[in-house]
Write a protein that binds this ligand. Structure first.
Ligand code: PEP
Ligand code: MN
Length: 366
């Protein structure tokens, strides 16, 4: 599986917009939505002044409910054209169907992105891929993760666009929807983009801390976290007057605040090795080997217990025993200064496998 994915994206080209963009991280910024020509141009000029090279603005806004501001539509493309003419910046906007692709390419938009609601819909993604194929232009396309935490759906969307001949391709991590309360607007679930990066190492990964955090104050820490994890770019919403924005007002920052955020970020080098790191990795590998050997020993014990349960005509799962295992391990975790919820998850996984092993023993006896 992993090999097949790598081969699939083997000839991607870096996102340099014709060799002009080389800085790391790649930064894309601009308002959530284009609202008026003045707002677009004021924001763009202020961003150009702080060195931003790629300007984003949503023209068509996928809103959860009707009646919200749904974007200015195609007339906003004329404003993006002006941004290019007046500032020299590249432009980027969201496309959700074939018609959007056509009018954006006709208007000279340099970069298109698929939003989280679109990438969750294979019909819409294919429609966009077909339109891109018709135009035969190697425009840069970024694909946001689908709203639901499904890595295969994300990879599927990337594959559809790649198969349309797009080689300047990237993925945007904007967090995942969830039920209930959380600090952030969308839960990062970092393991999903990290797994995507593991499977597709040539695919540029861009983080969208604005949509993950949902509030201005989370942008800097989330952006730093993403860079520390190896993300290569950032897409951050900015607005000349964020409080009055027609969409996502709470998560937009002024160009000046963006400048401060970017200046505060620490860019770490992607050094693969130092001697000390290699030694510590050997220790980690040794630790992992011991964990696996211990798990194997534990499963052998589980099977032995399974055989004993059959002899005494006992059922496999005894909830009181399960409760005892969970509470003991959580208690021990707390004593050791570890996260008890992490320990609970580990023990639940181990217990699940133990039960499966015992059921196998039961099946083979019957
Ligand atoms: C956006 O970028 O403004 C947007 C609508 O994002 P998402 O698709 O991540 O919700
Ligand atoms: Mn937005």
């Amino acid at each position: 599986m992993a090999m097949a994915e790598n081969q699939l994206f083997h000839d991607l080209q870096p996102i340099t917009l014709g060799g002009v963009i080389s800085s790391t991280p790649l930064v894309i910024s601009g308002p959530c939505s284009a609202e008026t020509e003045r707002q677009v141009l004021d924001t763009a000029h202020a961003l150009a002044k702080i060195g931003i090279k790629i300007f984003r603005a949503g023209i068509w806004k996928p809103r959860t409910k009707p009646g919200c501001f749904e974007g200015v539509g195609a007339k906003g493309l004329l404003w993006l054209k002006k941004v290019k003419e007046e500032t020299g910046m590249f432009t980027a906007t969201e496309v959700a169907n074939r018609e959007h692709v056509k009018v954006c390419l006709d208007a000279g938009v340099d970069m298109l992105w698929l939003g989280a609601r679109t990438s969750a819909n294979p019909f819409a993604v294919q429609d966009i891929a077909d339109a891109l194929m018709e135009h035969k232009e190697d425009v840069t396309v970024l694909i946001k993760n689908p709203v639901n935490p499904d890595i295969e759906l994300w990879i599927g969307a990337l594959q559809r666009i790649y198969n349309a001949g797009i080689r300047h391709l990237g993925a945007i991590h904007r967090g995942f929807c969830f039920d209930g309360k959380h600090l952030y607007r969308n839960i990062p679930q970092w393991h999903i983009p990290i797994e995507l990066h593991r499977r597709c190492p040539t695919l540029p990964m861009i983080c969208d801390p604005s949509h993950i955090g949902g509030k201005r104050e989370f942008i800097a820490p989330l952006a730093q976290q993403s860079l520390d994890m190896g993300f290569r770019g950032l897409i951050i919403e900015s607005h000349c007057n964020p409080e009055c924005a027609l969409s996502d007002a709470q998560q937009q920052v002024t160009p000046h605040a963006l400048d401060l955020i970017l200046k505060s970020l620490i860019i770490r080098e992607n050094k693969q090795h130092t001697e000390l790191l290699s030694m510590m990795r050997q220790d980690i590998d040794q630790c992992d080997t011991e964990i696996i050997e211990l798990l194997n020993k534990r499963m052998e014990l589980s099977r032995k217990i399974g055989r004993l349960k059959i002899e005494h005509n006992m059922q496999v799962v005894q909830t009181s025993r399960y409760d005892e295992i969970l509470s003991n391990s959580m208690k021990q975790a707390i004593e050791l200064g570890m996260n008890p919820l992490f320990m609970k998850k580990v023990m639940e996984t181990i217990h699940e496998e133990s039960v499966r092993q015992q059921l196998e023993v039961f099946k083979n006896k019957n």
